[in-house]
Design a protein around this ligand. Structure first.
Ligand code: F6R
Length: 608
């Protein structure tokens, strides 16, 4: 959450800073700001709301200067107004910050007692004042940062710009990602490779506790003890970081439509088509056959992917699964057996709670595997094995293509586990792989239902509450459907296990509550029909997302049926992700909501 960028450049940097912030807006869009040095003096422009507001501000009052820092904010401490917008500054320096300074109150009291006055409600301003105060005591900029960093508690990435120092930026990483980019006579700082992609493909990721001194000629990196260290320089395939909407109105629409392609690409990374078997991209440093259970942890949509995978691991590999949301898993102090396995799932690879759960599992002596979309992310680097989802950058805040690619990788992993544990034979593996191979084509068929779903969305848009029901793997899909709808349309929605309805939620049913039932014709279809009957008997309006066979069998009046292609029920969640996402997308569009940047959300949740 929050994106930061810095440039020590050759020409005017205000434009490039804004361009980088545009690529970081997925990390937050409550406010934005930049600061540069104009003839050695700090100058800044800030605006509440989205980046367009800052751009308008800069058109009225441009900023000159060949060195600067920028920020896009997801508010944690203090309202999203201009006063709380970054960069925060004193006469000596400006700072941008991603993360939380946990001991900011204590530091603020200390500084106030020394006569320092604060302007904003943020934790970040404490950093600006603390370093400035150290400089008042006679320290130079680099020494002042070095003296203050050990006093900060929490998870953060910081970028500093100093008045009178037009060839110096300082960046620091402690729990939130930060990369350094190298250009021709220019050096950059950024929260991720995406931000720096327009400028350079040569990057170094700072490691935990690292801080760096940047000038036009490069960067000196120091570790937590202040020792100069060398960190590897990587070349990033910048074409993979193109961000445009193509012919689509929103990134979310583009990303939904990309799914046949990216799921196909992901599959080809995990499946040996000639042999009809799963072939993981790298050997696993543990034996699935020796595991007594698998622990899975993740947040949000990635957690729902884990819930679907629980059915796969248990049914295909007969491997018991323990799963929890990462914000709980990290503090539950669950006993995890040494040499057991923890699997974490994350699109960004930076989610603070997921990362903390991974670290907890490692501290218990567990092996760790992550399924991750950003291969250079912290979670990817800290896991013993990183299994990539090849979805490409996901810009829409609501996760779509990353989710279907996560499911694809997880099913491949469950098949590999089944083979290792001897619970499936070669013929069954081939059958499952054959089913997987049909998925991209089936997703394309599902996308062809878009017009029908658009019509349905006009009905859903009138509702105040929507229930989603499903059984088996369709149960977590119901939760995912509800999450997708609520996060972008702001309609209240809940996903329930269909059999759980009569234990409470059925009290909500009347003609005003659409009930979206996700039910491929699988082993539990008939049971779900009984639950649909309970809804119908109470005047509930049913929308069935199912197949032609199921639609012909249930014999109930429905508000609408989205007829999905026939498929092997094992792969249904991956294909059914498409109509679920389209329902949410079109409902939000009909309602005129900001689909790609829904209120209060950010894509990379680096605070707990
Ligand atoms: C919902 C959504 C979020 C994320 C969650 C985890 O559409 O995108 O629920 O799934 O914040 O993020 P990652 O996968 O980056 O760990």
């Amino acid at each position: 959450m929050c994106g930061i960028v810095g440039i020590v450049g050759n020409g005017a940097v205000a434009g490039p800073l804004v361009e980088a912030l545009r690529r970081l807006e997925y990390r937050g869009y409550d406010s934005a700001g930049i600061a540069t040095l104009e003839h050695g003096r700090l100058a800044r422009r800030r605006a509440s709301g989205k980046l367009v507001n800052l751009e308008a501000r800069l058109r009225e009052e441009p900023l000159a200067g060949a060195i600067g820092i920028g920020h896009t904010r997801w508010a944690t401490h203090g309202r999203p107004n201009e006063t709380n917008a970054h960069p925060h500054a004193t006469a000596r320096l400006a700072v941008v910050h991603n993360g939380i300074i946990e001991n900011f109150r204590e530091l603020k009291h200390e500084l106030e007692a020394k006569g320092v006055r604060f302007e904003s409600e943020t934790d970040t301003e404490v950093v600006a004042q603390l370093v400035s105060h150290a400089m008042d005591q006679g320290l130079g900029p680099v020494e002042a940062v070095a003296a203050c960093l050990p006093r900060l508690r929490g998870a953060f990435a910081l970028g500093f710009l100093f008045a009178g120092h037009d060839d110096l930026l300082v960046g620091a990483r402690h729990g939130a990602p930060l990369a350094i980019g190298y250009g021709a006579g220019e050096t950059y700082l950024g929260s991720d490779a995406l931000a720096l992609a327009p400028f350079t493909d040569a990057l170094t990721y700072l490691e935990e506790g690292d801080w760096a001194i940047l000038s036009r000629s490069g960067a000196e990196i120091r570790d937590i003890h202040g020792a100069v260290v060398q960190r590897p320089r990587q070349t990033i395939a910048t074409q993979a970081y193109r961000i445009d909407k193509g012919n689509h109105r929103h990134f979310m629409a583009k990303e939904i439509h990309e799914q046949p392609e990216v799921v196909g690409r992901t599959l080809s990374h995990y499946v040996d088509l000639a042999q009809g078997r799963v072939a993981l991209p790298e050997p696993l440093p543990f034996d699935f056959a020796k595991l007594s259970r698998l622990n899975i942890t993740a947040c949000g949509t990635a957690y729902y992917a884990g819930l679907v995978a629980r059915y796969w691991f248990e049914q295909i590999a007969r491997l018991p699964v323990e799963i929890d949301v990462a914000s709980e898993a990290r503090y539950r102090e669950a006993p995890l057996e040494r040499d057991g396995l923890t699997l974490v799932i994350s699109q960004s690879g930076e989610t603070a709670d997921t990362l903390a759960s991974l670290r907890y599992a490692k501290s218990q002596g567990q092996h760790s595997v992550c399924v991750v979309n950003v291969p250079t992310s912290t979670i990817a680097r800290e896991s013993s094995v990183a299994l990539p989802t090849l979805a490409g950058p996901e810009i829409g805040v609501a996760s779509t293509k990353a989710f279907s690619c996560q499911l694809t990788v997880l099913l491949c992993l469950a098949i590999a586990a089944g083979r290792a544990r001897g619970t499936i034979d070669a013929a069954e593996e081939r059958r499952l792989v054959d089913a997987l191979i049909t998925v991209p084509g089936l997703m394309a068929d599902a996308l062809a239902r878009e017009n029908e779903i658009e019509g349905l969305a006009r009905e859903i848009a009138k509702a105040r509450d929507v229930l989603y029901l499903g059984r088996g793997t369709s149960y977590p899909m119901a939760m995912e459907g509800a999450l997708k709808l609520k996060e972008i349309s702001y309609i209240h929605a809940e996903g329930y296990a269909a059999g759980e309805l009569k234990h409470g939620p059925i009290a909500l049913i009347d003609e005003s509550v659409p009930v979206i039932v996700i039910a491929p014709h699988d082993a539990v279809f008939e049971k779900t029909v009984s639950n649909m009957q309970e809804v119908a008997a109470r005047g509930g309006r049913i929308v069935l997302i199912g197949d032609a066979k199921g639609a012909a069998e249930h014999g109930l009046d429905t508000l609408a049926t989205v007829t999905m292609p026939d498929l092997d029920p094992t792969v249904a969640p991956i294909v059914y992700a498409v109509p679920i996402q389209l329902v949410a997308y079109h409902t939000a569009v009909v309602m005129g909501k900001d689909v790609d940047q829904p209120r209060n959300l950010a894509k990379s949740v680096t605070v707990e």
